[in-house]
Structures are given as C-alpha cells and as structure tokens.
Design a protein. Structure first.
Ligand SMILES: C[S@@+](CC[C@H](N)C(=O)[O-])C[C@H]1O[C@@H](n2cnc3c(N)ncnc32)[C@H](O)[C@@H]1O
Length: 578
C-alpha cells in the first residue's frame, strides 16, 4: 500500500526556483538598462559597469545571488544524483587546470586576439605540449572559462580575462590552486590523526603536512612575500575592499576622527576610505616590515594624505602591544580569521585596553550563516524560499574560505554569534551588523560604558594618556539634554568611596545595569591580589551592593591620586581597572 510522502514536493520546488530565476533575470536586465548598458555576454572581454562588489546595488546583488543559488539548486534537484556527486568529486581538476594556464600565462598570450589562437601556436609560446594544453583549455572552456571559437582555437572571455597576470585576481588564483590546493589533499589525514585532529596550532595544519613548513614560514623569501602580497591584493579586489566607504555613515563622523587600521596590511582599505572621506584620519598598524610596505603604497597611491599627515604608520605586534590609544575607531579587516579563538581574544583584549569609552571596534569579515532557516535569524528569512537560508552556492566562497583557514592556519571564519561571543570575552558589547555585501561590518562598543549612551560618554573625564584625536566620536555629537538618570550615571562614573551598613568601605565605581537596583563596585585594595585577579592584574573583582546596604556615597576626594588610574567595563559583568 502506498504511504503518503512527507518529503518536500520537488515539483513545487523546481517551479518556485524557475520563477525566482525568471524574476531575478528581469531585475538584472532592469539594473543594466538603468545604467545604460546591456548585460555583458560571457564571450565579451570588456569590463562591465558592475564588475566590482562596491559597484553592485543591493537589488542587483540580491538578483545575482538568487540566480547563482537557484540555478545550482535547480540543476542538482533535477539531475541524476550519482551524476551530480561524481561531478563534484571531479571538481579538483578545475583548480589544477587553472594553475597550468595561469602559470603558462595563456590569458596574457590571448590578449587582444578576439579571433583566438590555434592551440599549436599557443602551446609553442607557452612552452607546453599542444595536445595536453588543448585538453586542459577545452575542459576549462566547457566550464565557461576561455572560449573555443573554432575547433582547437581558443580565445579569452569574460572569465579567463581575470587570469591575465596584471590582474590581481590571478595572484589569488595561483595561491589557491597551488600551495593551498596541495595542502588540501592532506585535510583528511590531518583531521583523522589523533595528534593533529583537534589542534589549533599552525604546526598541525594540512598545509604544514604538505609543505613541511607553516604558512607563515612558507613566504619568507622575497619572491614568496611578493607572491603572497599579490594574492592579498586579489583577495581585496574580489571580497570588496572598496565596500568600507559604502557601508558605514562616515559622512556623519566628525572632522579628524581617527581610524586605527590594525593588521591593515598596506592599508588599501582605509586608503580608499580617506580618499572618499578626506575629513577622516588613519593610523595604520601592522608588523614593522608590512608597515614599510604600507608607507611605500600610500606614498604612491595617495601622497597628499602622507604630506598632509592624514595618515600615520605605527609598527606593532598585536599580541604584545596595545594599538595607539584613544582612536575613534579600531578597524580589523580579515585579521581575526587568521587566528583561533585564544589568539583572537588576545588581539581584541589589547585593542580594548587602548580604547576610550566612545571608541568603536569595527570587525570586517565574512559572517557565516547556518544553511538552515531559524525563526530568529532575520537575514536568513530575507532569502526567498526554497533557497538555502545562507544563499547556498551564491555565497559558497565564505564556506570554502572557512575550510581554507582550517587548511592553512588552523583558524576559522565565524558566525555572528561566534563574533559576539569572542568580542564579549575581549570586553566588547555588540552594537550593529552593517551589511557589506559578501563580508559583514560588525560594530562593537567598549563594553561597560556602552549602555550609558551619548551623554555619559561625553561626560567622561579626559583620558590619562594624550589622545591622538580631540574630536568627539559620532555618538558624542549633539547629545540630547541629560535626564535625571543620566546625571545619576555621571555621578556614579566617578571613583567613589562607599560606606555600607556593615562598616565596610569600598573604593570603586558603578558598573551596574540600566536598572540600578544593585551597585557593583571594585575595591582595589581588597581584590587586586585576589583569586579573581586576571594574569595582568587588571580585573580586580567586583561586589554587588544592594542600595539598602549603602549608608554613604562620597565622590573621590579631589586632588588625591585615586588608587587606580582609571576604570572601564568589560563585556557584561566584568570590570577592568588600571
Ligand atoms: C589577512 S591579512 C589582512 C590585511 C588587511 N587587513 C586586509 O584586509 O587586506 C592579516 C594582516 O595581519 C598582519 N599581522 C599578522 N600578525 C601580526 C602581528 N603579530 N601584529 C600585527 N600585525 C600582524 C599581517 O601582516 C597582515 O597584514
């Protein structure tokens, strides 16, 4: 007897997918027509009007992602599943072949030859066997990279033109298809060896197993450094380094606000930002050697910023040093994904120590999403059914890159929840996720003071060390008039001496919640050496005092040096003092 199936209805799904594709194609055509263009053919090698992430409107981006996700899902639904899975297992021949043609500069040889070249001539120039090159080019052309214009005659097309050696994307392609790809063949062995299975050390990666050295040691020669730098420029181009000016309300940020670009590489992201918003200043921080490269890059790409002192270059080791103190923004772009949690928290903690109360941390990275819909996940719910909640194949690079970080560095890409948790452990409070195309820009405030709002932030005493910026943060601008609660908070911010009904006296500060039923204090003397003290001796403890126990509250006696130089909140309920 036939039982009623509870499986989703494939007929309904493929009809919905086809409808999504039709409507998204109309949206794409509309966007191109509005820009006065027709949609570029795959056969064209001309640059299109939307060929970089920052040029794509949110509507066009949605339409493109819908097409990429729905086409894959539709074909995987209707095709023989054995055929689909076998094809997936053969997928590695694509990167292997891309490396051959990129190293041989086939796309360069084909430049300005729309009629194409016979593979005999191509192979002669490239120094390869014509028969073998022909088979490689035909496979790639069958995957729409290069075009076979006549039998055995190949030309560039819209995809292969990216492999031209002057295009930084080709640098990324070589890095991925050579050293990363070789390392990936050791993924299974690394994950099943008890010695390396759960390790987060860079010495226990598939990369090290494949190459005998860690990723960092692989690129020590000048040639290696150049190769990695090229790959990173390609990475920036593809992942949308030019998105930074677009996704945050920089126009509302006051004159001379300082963005500290930590682990900023040559500073290409913040260079683009100050070009578009010249009222901002940048402090670029990276290792000494990279900072030198940054200087050269800015002197070439934006000499006015250097001459007018809109940029400073400060070398650092972000595991050891605090970044420059009291900047308005601390910007981390694709830095944390290089590190497992323990190291990432160390970087964040050092930033946290450098921040003033109104500073903001901006983490600019891929933000992974589950492939399944969850009712509370608003962004996933914007993805039309029956597509996967994370846009499936349209966003596959995020999930491949997550494996890539495991492969190369034993690190990871993260979900929003993971970023919030990591930052909380570094002393930050989540404020906002700004949609930035492929990556997200996640904004955090400085833990404790965050809840106090703009009035509190602007009423803080001046920082102990000279501030590089005298400009208030955006949140400080035009504060609303203080309320009674704000005034109470301002009082409570000061170092206080609090006497209690049981005769104890605490010196500390308020670190409570918005509902001041209890007061949380730090007693420096009592807790500094206590069991709760952190290894740096900064977290000295806390105590909850119900209001009814408090007999007297005195502001710290003016002129007397406070027992501590200042205090600031950690994430949630911890408090740091120094
Ligand atoms: C993946 S790159 C990201 C560069 C840049 N933010 C971008 O988005 O292009 C990571 C950066 O972290 C820097 N870095 C690595 N270890 C560091 C350390 N201990 N101190 C400071 N910077 C470091 C590297 O030199 C590199 O520039």
């Amino acid at each position: 007897m036939a039982t009623e199936s509870t499986a989703p209805n494939g007929t309904a799904e493929i009809t919905m997918l086809a409808n999504l594709i039709t409507s998204a194609v109309q949206d794409v055509v509309k966007e191109y027509s509005a820009a006065g263009h027709s949609v570029p053919s795959l056969n064209s090698t001309e640059q299109g009007p939307f060929d970089a992430p920052h040029l794509v409107s949110p509507a066009l981006s949605r339409a493109i992602q819908t097409i990429e996700a729905a086409c894959a899902q539709l074909s995987f639904t209707v095709a023989n599943p054995g055929h689909v899975v076998t094809n997936k297992s053969y997928g590695f021949y694509e990167p292997a072949s891309l490396l051959v043609v990129t190293n041989a500069k086939i796309a360069d040889i084909l430049l300005d030859k729309p009629e194409g070249m016979h593979v005999q001539d191509l192979a002669k120039q490239a120094g390869l066997d014509p028969g073998k090159l022909c088979r490689i080019l035909r496979m790639l052309a069958t995957k729409h990279c290069f075009k076979e214009v006549k039998p055995d005659v190949f030309a560039n097309n819209r995809l292969s033109i990216q492999l031209v050696s002057s295009n930084p994307v080709s640098g990324l392609v070589v890095h991925m298809t050579d050293e990363a790809f070789k390392a990936a063949t050791f993924l299974d062995a690394t994950l099943t060896d008890p010695k390396t299975a759960s390790s987060t050390s860079t010495d226990d990666t598939p990369f090290k197993r494949a190459h005998g050295v860690s990723l960092f040691d692989f690129y020590t020669t000048p040639e290696g450094k150049k190769r990695f730098a090229q790959a990173m420029v390609g990475w920036g181009a593809v992942t949308g380094r030019s998105m930074l000016p677009k996704v945050y309300p920089w126009d509302k940020i006051p004159q001379d606000a300082i963005i500290c670009d930590i682990g900023g590489g040559n500073g290409h992201a913040t260079l683009g930002l100050v070009k578009e918003f010249p009222h901002l200043k940048v402090i670029l921080q990276d290792t000494p050697e990279v900072i030198q490269q940054g200087r050269v890059y800015w002197n070439t790409e934006h000499p006015q910023a250097v001459e007018n002192q809109r940029v400073r270059f400060v070398a650092m080791d972000f595991f050891v040093d605090q970044p420059v103190s009291n900047c308005d923004f601390y910007y981390l772009r694709h830095v944390l994904h290089d590190w497992p949690n323990a190291e990432a928290i160390k970087i964040l903690t050092n930033i946290r120590k450098a921040m003033k109360s109104s500073s903001r941390l901006l983490i600019h990275e891929f933000v992974l999403q589950h492939a399944v819909r969850e009712p509370k996940d608003l962004s996933a719910n914007q993805v039309p059914e029956p597509l996967l909640a994370n846009y499936g194949m349209a966003r596959i690079r995020l999930y491949q890159q997550d494996i890539n970080t495991m492969n190369l560095l034993n690190s990871k890409e993260r979900t929003l929840e993971e970023f919030i948790d990591l930052a909380r452990q570094g002393g930050f409070k989540f404020e906002h996720l700004w949609d930035s195309g492929e990556a997200g820009l996640i904004e955090f405030s400085a833990g404790f003071f965050a809840f106090l709002g703009p009035v509190m932030a602007s009423s803080l005493p001046p920082p102990a060390s000279p501030s590089p910026s005298l400009s208030p943060s955006p949140k400080d601008a035009s504060p609303p008039p203080p309320t009674a609660l704000d005034r109470l908070r301002t009082l409570l911010r000061e170092l206080l001496r609090i006497s209690t009904t049981d005769g104890r006296v605490f010196i500390g500060t308020f670190a409570g919640t918005d509902k001041p039923l209890n007061i949380i204090l730090i007693n420096a003397e009592e807790f500094r050496m206590g069991p709760g003290a952190d290894p740096d001796g900064r977290f000295v403890g806390q105590v909850m005092l119900p209001w009814k126990m408090i007999t007297k509250v005195e502001a710290h006696i003016p002129g007397q040096r406070p027992p501590l130089n200042g205090c600031n909140g950690g994430g949630g309920d911890s408090l740091y003092m120094w």
